[in-house]
Design a protein around this ligand. Structure first.
Ligand code: PMV
Length: 324
């Protein structure tokens, strides 16, 4: 029995300047560049075993065999590696998510980054991090950024081989996030569908892309200066603009729930008390609060007056992919 095996871990990332819309669906080329923070406490570990003796690809997530749709997505992704390495073996993929799946916490980012890193080892391709970022992108856009730790920019590029992430700051300073799981259930409309609808129907889409460019320029300066107030203000505004653009879609996309707004109010109150904290939201109702890591426990205790302890996750800035 000939088996080829690879194991890797990748951490999730939360975008501060969002990616929302593709200019090429198949290659996953984005309309705008984006920027994120990789988190330490949320990650995925994946094992890929290519085996001549199996008759198809099998995909297990948290010990459960996955349906045809998810398995096909993994298969199509593994084809990139199989084609490049000129190999025909099917694979058994086992992933464990240390992040609630489909809760708007970007499990697809850590998922496809870990899968790329594990498949890279198992296929013997030996891609470098930049190439891995290009491969991961084709599984899920946000995964392109999870190859690296700290603050990461995904440069939209001009073609398939020119759209990848770069690490811009290791994030090894007093910065972190408090995540409030408002609702852990699967999102109703996937980001893939949501962005397509927004791009094709929202009259605000063009302005969103333009203002994201300016936000990216400004946040990079703020990161360089470690100016948490400016980083937070820009990120919060960028997230609001993305959601405003979604509301302009037809039919409109509203990912918020009543508790989402409750979290926003708590954040506003804390800010009025002089504590710098700012929120950002993705394609789901959960809220991620950007803050100094040293302030996270104070934020947690305010949130615990309304939310259950298990709804709150504190995360610092995390590392890039690791081979296990
Ligand atoms: O990578 P996807 O297709 O799950 O899209 C992610 C989209 C957002 O999370 C809303 C924004 C982002 O840049 O991560």
């Amino acid at each position: 029995m000939m088996v080829k095996i690879g194991r890797a871990r990748a951490h999730t990332n939360i975008a501060l300047i969002k990616y929302w819309g593709k200019r090429d669906e198949r290659l996953v080329l984005p309309m705008n560049s984006s920027l994120s923070l990789t988190l330490d406490s949320l990650y995925t570990e994946t094992e890929v075993v290519f085996n001549r003796d199996v008759d198809m690809d099998y995909f297990y997530l948290d010990g459960k065999i996955q349906d045809v749709e998810s398995t096909n997505r993994v298969s199509r992704f593994l084809d990139l590696f199989r084609n490049a390495a000129d190999m025909g073996e099917f694979a058994i993929v086992k992933s464990k998510n240390y992040v609630p799946t489909g809760a708007g916490l970007a499990s697809s980012a850590s998922g496809f980054a870990a899968l790329a890193a594990a498949a890279n080892i198992a296929s013997g391709l030996n891609l470098d991090d930049r190439e891995l970022s290009i491969y991961a992108r084709q599984g899920s856009g946000s995964a392109t950024r999870s190859i690296y730790g700290g603050f990461v920019e995904w440069r939209k590029g001009i073609d398939c081989w020119d759209s990848y992430a770069v690490a811009i700051d290791d994030g090894k300073w007093d910065i972190g996030m408090v995540i409030v799981i408002v609702n852990p259930r699967e999102k109703r409309i996937s980001s893939r569908e949501g962005m397509k609808r927004t791009l094709h129907t929202s009259p605000f889409y063009g302005s969103w892309v333009e203002s994201a460019k300016e936000d990216l320029r400004n946040i990079k300066i703020a990161i360089e200066e470690r100016d948490i107030e400016s980083i937070g203000r820009i990120a919060e505004s960028n997230s609001f603009k993305m959601h405003a653009t979604m509301l302009g879609a037809n039919p409109p996309l509203l990912y918020w729930e009543p508790e989402t707004i409750e979290v926003m109010e708590i954040v506003h109150e804390l800010r009025e008390q002089g504590l710098p904290c700012y929120f950002t939201m993705d394609a789901g109702p959960n809220v991620k609060i950007l803050c100094r890591l040293s302030d996270a426990e104070r934020i947690r205790s305010s949130l615990e007056q309304v939310f259950k302890p298990e709804q709150i996750i504190v995360a610092g800035s995390g590392p890039g992919i690791a081979i296990l």
